[in-house]
Ligand binder design. Structure first.
Ligand SMILES: *Cc1c(COP(=O)(O)O)cnc(C)c1O
Length: 395
């Protein structure tokens, strides 16, 4: 059996989106800035996509900018807010310790440029505390950026409360919603979000296309100099096919979400229950306040990497920490942020389910993870020490 259980890393593209893109590439090859008919048809496709995307998150079309992905959207939102804040003498930025690197590395760079950055602690349940955020806000704070849902442990942050606090203090609020858009209902107006980032390949769209929502009235600076595309905020001939595919995928996945959230949540909970039976294991993050498809466990006495390779042999695609952090020796900054010690964090496994996951597939995951964990513990020196009492069990 093959089970793709790494939907937080990327998703299989929607057939509808592929068809839309193929048609765009074959027939609608005009440049949206050209005045003749095929150019104007491409522009229409672009504007229709903008309307579709806006409608799905409760925004207006004029508030949607297309970018090259979630990373670019994060970079632009944060850098723009920081530079605009600086013009008013506000150079303090607030975020959390477990953001995606697109956010953390942008903040680190701004810190080198003279900005002050506060990273809020994330508690053991994988959630930030709004009261701690409020306490961190000062007169010189120009931006709060807190992710909607974490990409490793799936925990969903109290975004509405955070937005309220930011509004009360006159501070801009950006959220990296790359993992949340099309997977949980989002309404930027109801939530009071000023800026939001999303990425098409996380909801069955193409890689290399992202969305930046910026509330009307909030100023935005461009990162890329060039032509006047995207109202002068993002130069470069538009990725018409990618954008059309993004809109098609978003519409389809958001519809599937409305129908299938209950199913996928039930599958997630079945998987959590099954894996909890493995001795000396622990779920990472709150069991309920998490994305419907996200399961993340630590297993004591093993290495996540070996676990992945053995699971791959059994047809299971999974992840240990974030796809972007593998290849580095340090364990995931997210797991460290929620208080897991190094040894335990190294034995982590993330399984992220797609909408069409079946009960048989979930049972296959449970059975195989349990077998591989037992197998690996069989020749792990760390496990031997634990069992012989030379080290203490943490989980
Ligand atoms: C995937 C991801 C990103 C980056 O998006 P890309 O389109 O791959 O650049 C940013 N933030 C989060 C939370 C993500 O999961």
């Amino acid at each position: 059996m093959n089970v793709y259980a790494d939907n937080a890393a990327t998703t299989r593209m929607s057939d509808t989106a592929i068809e839309v893109m193929l048609r765009c590439m074959k027939e609608e090859y005009g440049n949206p800035s050209s005045l003749y008919t095929i150019g104007q048809r491409a522009k229409e496709i672009l504007e229709e996509a903008r309307q579709t995307v806006a409608a799905e998150i409760g925004a207006e079309p004029g508030e949607i900018y297309f970018t090259s992905g979630g990373s670019e959207a994060d970079n632009q939102a944060i850098r723009s807010a920081a530079l605009l804040g600086k013009r008013k003498g506000k150079t303090h930025l607030i975020s959390t310790a477990f953001e995606h690197h697109a956010v953390l590395h942008t903040l680190r760079k701004l810190e080198k440029e003279g900005f002050r950055v506060t990273l809020l602690d994330v508690h053991e349940d994988g959630l930030v505390r709004p009261e701690e955020l409020e306490a961190a806000i000062g007169d010189d704070t120009c931006l709060v950026t807190v992710m909607y849902a974490n990409n490793e442990i799936g925990t969903i942050q109290p975004v509405d409360e955070i937005a309220k606090i930011c509004a009360a203090h006159g501070v801009l609020f950006h959220t990296d919603a790359v993992q949340a858009v099309a997977h949980v209902p989002i309404d930027v107006k109801k939530s009071g979000i000023d800026m939001l980032s999303a990425s098409a390949h996380k909801f069955h769209g193409p890689k290399g296309t992202g969305i930046l929502y910026v509330r009307r009235g909030v100023q935005l600076l461009n990162l890329i100099e060039g032509g006047g595309q995207e109202k002068g905020k993002r130069a470069g001939t538009e990725n018409v096919a990618g954008i059309a595919g993004t809109a098609a995928a978003l519409k389809e996945t958001a519809e599937a979400m409305r129908e299938k959230t209950e199913h996928i949540t039930a599958m997630r909970d079945r998987l959590i229950e099954g894996l909890s039976k493995i001795p000396h294991s622990a779920l990472n993050g709150d069991a309920k306040k998490r994305l419907p498809g996200n399961v993340n466990f630590c297993f004591e006495g093993i290495e996540g990497e070996s676990l992945l390779l053995h699971l791959d042999d059994r047809g299971i695609s999974a992840s240990s920490g974030s796809a972007c952090t593998s290849g580095s020796l340090d364990p995931s900054h997210v797991l460290l942020a929620i208080g897991r010690v190094h040894d335990v964090a190294h034995g982590s496994l993330r399984l992220t389910l797609g909408e069409d996951i079946t009960e048989e597939e979930v049972d296959y995951l449970i059975e195989n993870v349990a077998q591989v964990v037992e197998h690996l513990r069989g020749f792990s020196p760390v496990w031997r020490d634990l069992v012989q009492g030379k080290r203490e069990f943490i989980l």
